[in-house]
Design a protein around this ligand. Structure first.
Ligand code: C2O
Ligand code: CU
Ligand code: CU
Length: 485
């Protein structure tokens, strides 16, 4: 595959192409990166109000091909919602699709009735108006469909968007912070296109098992885009919004950069590295310096090897694709940046000494799945009528997640930012010491996390924990818990 992926005679530039990179290096005729519009909402009745509409649309990902998609206030994906720690928000979500859908606020502590999970479907033509208080720290969160058994196809076709939460502690740091100029969300999603331009979401057995991946990388809904940086120090907020693909992100010249934040907030101190790995739904905030004035490419390599153990599948996966996620051209130095702040925010290391209880979750893909059975957690597939766990509000618990399958699973828990304690008894790495709402559990691995729930609901409405490979979630690798006073 020397010249990029050929789909019906169209070369998709999203796929990594060594020859082109080496020869031209130039990016002159490429289209600019899409920046999702920033939606600040409006103040009304003591809350910040957002009006969102789930709608059908037509997108042009590939020139002169039209792609039916769905989005939020737009044809594909949605605006970046801007919120502030401590305030109350109210959402008005109109479903103008012809199927039920939900919007889940991923990463937030909130009442279960506002969660937007499978218990809050919005029927076509109806409006859902949850309200909740922003208890999170400054970070990038996201929202996406969580429709029961339909999250995979609905997110794949476009029902997702980013959320910026701002707080004082992180805003006052000397970090790039101008939205779309030197503070840029990058939503990474792999997709496959048919010959007419349509998105291909195939429910084959292989896709059900491995999750749906595509041969083309979209960044903010565009293929092969260029970003002209507005400053010579860039803050990138990376979101793996893919259904199933894991990425290893790095720069084409191998330059190092700083990881400054994880899913739910900034780290206590910046961490120098040359790559980050993001599983589906994970986020990372990085700072990259462009002071050398050189153009550079952000590369996204398939990180499937971290997903497998042994056997034929692992060998096949060694041919993992590499994508050019983004061509970055340095901008003019608008301001002179000093060294990165040494300390970022107050974040003590996790302390499990007050944990009152331990729970165990075993993730598995039993072979019966092939004959229509589901994926399981603790031997059971998701059942909307069954509450699997009941926890007490305001208490620390240790959750031990064990992967009994041959494939890595990104385990996500609603209504909490948790801390990673250890993997198979080894302390969490520095890159995982931040606030997290998704943690990768590799085959045969045992990961312990520290959770504490601050929000609950008085009706026995549950929250979810699940694998964030959306096809696994849809196939039942999900459970329900309530938080009681
Ligand atoms: Cu991002 Cu339960 O989901
Ligand atoms: Cu979530
Ligand atoms: Cu999974």
């Amino acid at each position: 595959l020397g010249g990029g992926m050929i789909v019906a005679g169209v070369t998709l530039p999203g796929l990594f192409d060594e020859s082109r990179t080496a020869v031209s290096g130039g990016t002159g005729d490429r289209k600019p990166l899409n920046i999702p519009p920033l939606l600040p909402g409006v103040q009304a009745g003591g809350a910040r109000q957002f009006s969102l509409r789930l709608q059908k649309g037509v997108s042009e990902f590939i020139e002169r091909r039209t792609t039916p998609t769905i989005g939020i206030n737009s044809a594909y994906l949605g605006p970046t919602l801007e919120m502030h720690a401590g305030e109350r928000v109210r959402m008005s979500v109109v479903n103008a699709l012809d199927e039920p859908a939900t919007l889940h606020w991923h990463g937030f502590n909130l009442p279960a009735a506002a969660d937007g999970g499978p218990h809050q479907p919005i029927a076509p033509g109806e409006t859902w108006s949850p309200s909740f208080e922003i208890r999170e720290r400054g970070a990038m969160f996201w929202y996406h469909s969580h429709m029961h058994r339909r999250a995979g196809p609905q997110v794949y076709h476009g029902l997702a968007g980013a959320i910026y939460v701002r707080d004082r502690e992180s805003e006052r740091l000397a970090l790039p912070g101008e939205y779309g100029v030197d503070d840029v969300p990058l939503i990474l999603q792999d997709r496959s296109f048919g010959s007419a331009g349509e998105l291909i979401y195939s429910p084959s057995m292989m896709n059900r098992m491995m999750g749906v991946t595509g041969d083309t990388l979209l960044v903010n809904g565009g293929i092969g885009r260029t970003f002209d940086a507005g400053s010579d120090r860039l803050r990138l907020r990376l979101l793996n919004g893919s259904n199933a693909r894991f990425y290893r992100l790095s720069f084409s010249d191998g330059r190092s950069f700083h990881l400054i934040g994880t899913d739910g907030g900034l780290l206590a101190a910046a961490l120098r590295t040359d790559h980050v790995i993001l599983a589906p739904a994970e986020r990372a905030q990085i700072i990259v310096d462009l002071q050398d004035g050189l153009a550079v490419k952000l590369l996204a390599a398939d990180a499937r090897r971290t997903m497998m153990r042994g056997g034929m599948m692992a060998r096949g996966a060694d041919r993992g694709e590499r994508f050019v996620a983004l061509d970055i051209r340095p901008g003019e130095a608008r301001r002179r940046w000093g060294p990165l702040p040494r300390r970022l925010v107050d974040l003590a290391p996790p302390d499990a000494s007050k944990a009152v209880r331990k729970r165990r979750f075993v993730l598995d893909m039993p072979m019966g799945m092939m004959r229509g059975g589901g994926f399981t957690i603790n031997g059971r597939s998701m059942d909307m009528q069954r509450i699997d766990e009941a926890v007490t509000v305001g208490t620390d618990e240790i959750w031990e997640i064990e992967n009994a399958s041959m494939m890595a699973h990104p385990f996500h828990v609603h209504n909490v930012q948790f801390r990673v304690l250890d993997r198979d008894g080894r302390p969490a790495s520095a890159a995982e010491l931040g606030l997290k709402d998704v943690v990768v559990v590799r085959p045969r691995e045992r990961v312990r996390i520290l959770v504490r729930f601050e929000e609950y609901t008085d009706r026995d409405l549950p929250y979810m924990y699940h694998c964030h490979i959306l096809e696994h979630e849809d196939a039942g690798m999900m459970g329900q818990f309530v938080v009681r006073a």
